[in-house]
Ligand binder design. Structure first.
Ligand SMILES: [Zn+2]
Length: 236
């Protein structure tokens, strides 16, 4: 029992149940009008973003960041830090709206044809109490799981056709970086680099600086070295 209680209290398990709660809530959205994707990782080549949930509907694209926090939550739209208070202990954390804004910026790179603002939703689990959350923008929501679907359904104006919703969801699913894809890509890049190096050496071109390689005599016999030594110290 003690072990079970410890497991249930661990942050990763709490996170799992928080995520699950959001997934279950999102199931209430009609499958005909909404496509939901979970745990999406996107990369633009420089940065990587992990997005908890993306709902693509005829009425818009909703980007959801989940926070499984306890205690009282205080914050405002533009402040850098928010505060979590549990009894007398106070913790500061990064403004989750700013965090989600980064996710939206990343998503926009994948949907250049989407001309409407994406809706930012920060979803706190029911363990927390939202206090004085000051939001001015109409496309930003800070709420709890019980209010999630209502907030999404408050958008009534159709912006996308069903085909566009399906195409966007498909594109996002394909852009999602899964671990195996990252690994494959990584291995592929290493292989390509090794191959390039090999062929350049065979052509007597320095793989580091592209100057000719020359054969030199060393203590242990001949070797290929860069002709621009000592500027480049490459040896094959
Ligand atoms: Zn060189």
């Amino acid at each position: 029992m003690i072990i079970l209680a410890a497991i249930l209290k661990s942050p990763s398990v709490k996170g799992f149940f928080g995520e699950l709660g959001v997934r279950l809530a999102l199931r209430k959205l009609s499958k005909e009008d909404f496509q939901t994707l979970h745990n999406i990782t996107l990369s633009d080549g420089n940065k990587t973003s992990q997005i908890d949930h993306v709902v693509i509907g005829r009425t818009g694209i909703f980007v959801i960041e989940t926070k499984n926090y306890q205690g009282w939550i205080f914050g405002s739209e533009h402040s850098a830090k928010w505060t979590q208070t549990i009894y007398k202990s106070k913790k500061r954390f990064q403004n989750p709206i700013h965090q989600n804004y980064g996710h939206i910026k990343m998503l926009q790179q994948f949907f250049p044809g989407y001309q409407h603002p994406m809706v930012s939703i920060v979803n706190f689990s029911s363990n927390s109490t939202l206090k004085n959350i000051d939001i001015k923008s109409s496309n930003v929501h800070v709420l709890q799981t019980s209010g999630l679907v209502r907030a999404i359904l408050s958008y009534k104006e159709p912006l996308l056709t069903r085909q566009a919703v399906a195409a966007f969801a498909d594109h996002l699913g394909k852009s999602n970086i899964t671990d195996s894809k990252v690994k494959k890509q990584h291995v592929q890049t290493i292989k390509e680099t090794q191959q390039k190096t090999k062929s350049r050496i065979a052509e007597n071109i320095c793989p580091k600086c592209s100057q000719p390689l020359v054969t030199r005599n060393g203590k242990h016999g001949t070797f290929k070295g860069c002709s621009s030594y000592p500027k480049c110290r490459y040896t094959a």
